[in-house]
Design a protein around this ligand. Structure first.
Ligand code: UDX
Length: 437
């Protein structure tokens, strides 16, 4: 099939290379600068496996790039919209990028018969888009086909999803969608558009709620001297609950959870419904970093001028995305307390915010620091020579924001003088001999 994809962010570019890999003829459309980068075979987002697949598709010749709507859609059987739908300050979803696509379609006077919306949109949006296109004389079926891929494992998630959801109103569009996804082995759920739109929000907010639940329990564990890892293991082995997204830590970040949660709260307000579970989810998450900073400061006599090493800048491992990263909240609070922040991240080499020095290695970051906070669970952080890290520090305080250091490593560190290990949802561990500063 001939498919045109508008928007080459995480979802758009991953869909483009994966659908090309499945054998479709794909044209991806975006701004000129992005298109130029992709044409010269350079992936503009960092995602494991993406560059390799992009090179392969470029060599095969069934992936093309275009910055012009009329030529990009000229012979397309389907148009897939994957542009951004950020949340505005008032909590409503900003649909301007989708509206812009519609305007361009109307101006070109040409619209493929199937319009697939992959951008996350509030319930009812696809109905409005279809009415809008029909009103302009463009006879297209609008379907909603949510994307559930995670950054850091996006290609794998696209190719091997748990399920595929088609929110469509006609048998014809369902048949076309099935053709597009032929080759992917996953259960397909066909439902009405409004339900499909809500499935996406309900999935993301449910996952966020699981994380906040684990974080709430972690606070309780700290108060009672229990171990959150054991508690969540015992809870998650119940198949009705499942083990995933119960990892307590510094709170969820990224471009989706907070945005979708706010957007769903607003959708509730619009029809006069409050959604208290979601309000609590957001509140718990908002408190994670401030609580961590309070813990840190309580370990120092005076935070002013202390040096903090931060391991991990992106919102999760295997991505260079810093949108809504807990690191940014930490940085702001550190600036407020005049704490000098030195950070290290395997892929984020610079940060567009003041008040942070990005180090070239974790050891350089650790040198002369008065504490280290581990923010993201990159596998290479677990493998560090932690004895060396601690020996480089001025004051050996480790806050393990993701509970990733093994019990063996922690036991080894406790053999040294003056080490304080502060995990999440577990008792603090200190070496017998504490240095006095
Ligand atoms: C999420 C959804 O998982 C995905 O289905 C949707 O398409 C987009 O939003 P993503 O934001 O890429 O994906 O990352 P995800 O792996 O879900 O993690 C989100 C945040 O939650 C990260 O900050 C992560 O560190 C945090 N998290 C995740 C936890 O704190 N604990 C957990 O147990 C799991």
């Amino acid at each position: 099939m001939q498919i045109t994809i508008i928007g080459t962010g995480y979802v758009g570019i991953v869909a483009a290379v994966c659908l090309a890999k499945l054998g479709h003829n794909v044209t991806a459309m975006d701004r000129e600068s992005v298109i130029q980068s992709l044409q010269s075979n350079k992936a503009h987002v960092w995602e494991p496996g993406l560059q390799e697949l992009l090179t392969e598709c470029n060599e095969e010749g069934n992936l093309h790039f275009d910055a012009d709507m009329a030529s990009a859609t000229a012979n397309a059987d389907a148009l897939l919209i994957a542009v951004g739908t950020p949340t505005r300050a008032d909590g409503h979803t900003d649909l301007s990028q989708i509206e812009n696509v519609l305007e361009q379609l109307k101006q070109s006077g040409n619209c493929p018969p199937l319009v697939i919306v992959k951008s996350t949109v509030p319930v009812g949006t696809c109905d409005e888009l279809e009415a809008n296109l029909h009103g302009a004389g463009l006879r297209a079926d609008v379907v909603f086909n949510p994307e559930f891929l995670r950054q850091g494992s996006a290609i794998n998630d696209f190719m091997y999803p748990d399920r595929i959801v088609f929110g469509c109103q006609s048998r014809h569009s369902e048949i076309m969608l099935r053709q597009i996804y032929q080759g992917i082995d996953a259960p397909i759920q066909v439902c009405d558009r409004r339900s499909a739109e809500l499935i996406k929000y309900a999935s993301n907010t449910f996952l966020a709620m699981k994380i906040s639940f684990a974080n709430m329990m972690a606070d309780l564990c700290e108060g009672y001297g229990a171990d959150i890892r054991q508690v969540m293991k015992g809870v998650g082995t119940d198949r009705r609950i499942g083990p995933h997204f119960l990892q307590a830590g510094v709170g969820y970040g990224g471009s989706c959870f907070s945005k979708d949660l706010q957007s769903l709260l607003t959708s509730g307000k619009v029809i006069g419904r409050s959604l208290p579970l979601l309000e609590a989810t957001a509140q718990i998450n908002d408190q994670r970093i401030p609580q961590l900073v309070v813990k840190l400061i309580s370990l120092w006599e005076n935070p002013n001028g202390k040096r903090l090493g931060v391991l991990g800048i992106s919102f999760k491992p295997n991505t260079n995305d810093v949108r809504d990263a807990p690191f940014l909240t930490l940085l702001k609070l550190c600036q407020h307390h005049r704490i000098d922040v030195h950070a290290y991240d395997p892929v984020v080499q610079q940060v567009a915010f003041e008040g942070v020095t990005v180090a070239d290695s974790p050891y350089e970051m650790a040198a002369h620091s008065d504490a280290i906070i581990l923010m993201t669970e990159w596998p290479q952080f677990v493998e560090l020579d932690w004895v060396r890290m601690v020996q480089l520090m001025r004051q050996s305080i480790l806050l393990d924001g993701r509970n990733v250091l093994s019990d063996e490593v922690v036991a080894q560190l406790m053999e040294l003088d003056g080490v304080t290990y502060v995990p999440v949802g577990r008792p603090v561990e200190q070496s017998v001999e504490q240095r006095v500063y």
